[in-house]
Ligand binder design. Structure first.
Ligand code: CTP
Length: 405
């Protein structure tokens, strides 16, 4: 972070004390910090503490800035390389989402031409409230990076997502932001490599599986593998070591990806188990749920076929990985649904024990098509993305995964 300038907006929450440690870490890694403390924030930390740690004047009100020639709010909001809101309270994010500017912090946020990274911290019910879910989705759609909060016991005695991540994790999110940007500025978006996921191993499954019935027939589905291959490529482009376990598809292997070809669900389950441990698993494959006992010879129309076609259930790879001793820190499943997409996805997330479900409606021409409209179901709620090209879904998802790891 050599020389990067952070404008740190400290909101009013019990987690505000962690912003003190964050200032220390940013400065230790070579950045500078200028702080803005909201009125509510002053109930939790003092301007003096922040000034001592940042070795810069701390701003608390619009009227500190009355000498517009010296340091007006426009200048203050723009002389940083990144604006970090930490902790970002439910109230502060609601104001940001609505574009309200009724104090120094919110005025700076609307006046800035610099990227903004928000680190939420709040009670679990506030985090999962429909209004907050809506505001977070709005902010992300507006280009704000909203870091996922941690899950765990809270200061208020409840348990769940909403805790401010530890300062080293926040610093890592800030560093990833700069790594992303410097790379995006330096090279065109196709085939880029950055270091946001350097040192991480991620297992991706993609494509259909084929379940042989006899030597000439098999059970299959319409999965093209395009979305899974695009995700493997996007993760590799962020520097991850990617193992792509691919069902039978005729697609080129994305650059920098190690590919293991399989045919059946059982082969896919074995290849995934063999590829672990990993930091994350992204199960995009449309795994056949059933197989038949494979007949050694071609089935004849002699009346024996119905018995030979009795269905046997395949292993559930996603559920197995989610419950394994080697469980990756982040397990992402996909859900291809033709109706009640979100309800099914929420139920599937609970049933499979994974962290996120990326749900898509496959009632149209998504399978084999080039675009996808997905909903990301997490412990915190549902985020619906607009319809996007599959490459763009992959790129955004890879960045979300980088933020979560
Ligand atoms: N999956 C898996 N192994 C299976 C079946 C599914 O790993 N045997 C994974 C898929 O890769 C996907 C998720 O589980 O990430 C959901 O797949 P889907 O086919 O939508 O779910 P099913 O478990 O088959 O449930 P449903 O009854 O809705 O078909």
């Amino acid at each position: 972070m050599m020389g990067q300038r952070i404008l740190l907006i400290v909101g009013g929450g019990i987690a505000a004390y962690k912003s003190c440690e964050l200032i220390r870490l940013i400065r230790k890694s070579g950045g500078t910090v200028r702080c803005v403390l909201t009125e509510a924030g002053q109930h939790f930390v003092t301007p003096m503490t922040l000034a001592a740690l940042s070795e810069q004047q701390v701003h608390t009100s619009l009227f500190d800035l009355k000498d517009e020639t010296e340091m007006g709010h426009i200048q203050l909001s723009r002389e940083a390389d990144l604006v970090v809101v930490c902790p970002a309270t439910a109230d502060l994010m609601a104001k940001m989402a609505a574009g309200i500017a009724d104090d120094l912090a919110t005025t700076l946020l609307i006046a800035t031409d610099k990227p903004v990274l928000a680190v939420p911290a709040m009670n679990v019910r506030m985090w999962s409230h429909a209004a907050t879910v809506r505001n977070v989705a709005r902010l992300r759609a507006d280009g704000v990076t909203v870091v996922e909060p941690d899950e765990g016991p809270m200061a208020c005695g409840e348990y769940g997502p909403g805790r401010l991540p530890e300062p080293p994790a926040i610093l890592a999110a800030i560093e990833r932001h700069f790594a992303e940007r410097s790379h995006a500025a330096a090279v065109p978006p196709t085939g880029i490599r950055t270091s946001a996921l350097a040192g991480r191993h991620i297992v991706v499954t993609a494509g259909p599986t084929h379940e042989p019935i006899d030597p000439v027939r098999y059970i299959a589905n319409r999965s093209s593998g395009k979305q899974g291959f695009a995700i493997a490529g996007a993760l590799a482009a962020l520097g991850a070591r990617v193992t792509l376990v691919a069902g039978p598809v005729q697609l080129a292997t994305p650059g920098g990806v190690r590919r293991v070809d399989v045919e059946t669900a059982r082969e896919m389950a074995d290849a995934v188990a063999h590829a672990l441990p990993a930091d994350a698993a992204v199960m995009v494959a449309a795994v056949a749920d059933w197989r038949t006992a494979e007949a050694p010879q071609k089935l004849k129309k002699d009346g024996s076929a119905p018995a030979a076609l009795a269905l046997v259930e395949n292993p559930d790879i996603l559920a197995t990985v989610s419950q394994s001793r080697d469980r990756p820190r982040l397990v992402v499943g996909f859900a291809a649904e033709t109706n009640d997409v979100i309800d099914h996805a929420v139920a599937k997330r609970a049933r499979k024990g994974c962290d996120w479900i990326v749900a898509n409606d496959v009632s149209g021409d998504v399978m084999g098509g080039e675009a996808n409209r997905v909903h990301i179901v997490t412990a915190s709620g549902v985020e619906s993305w607009d319809e996007l090209p599959k490459d763009e879904v992959a790129r955004r998802l890879a960045m979300r995964i980088a933020d979560a790891l």
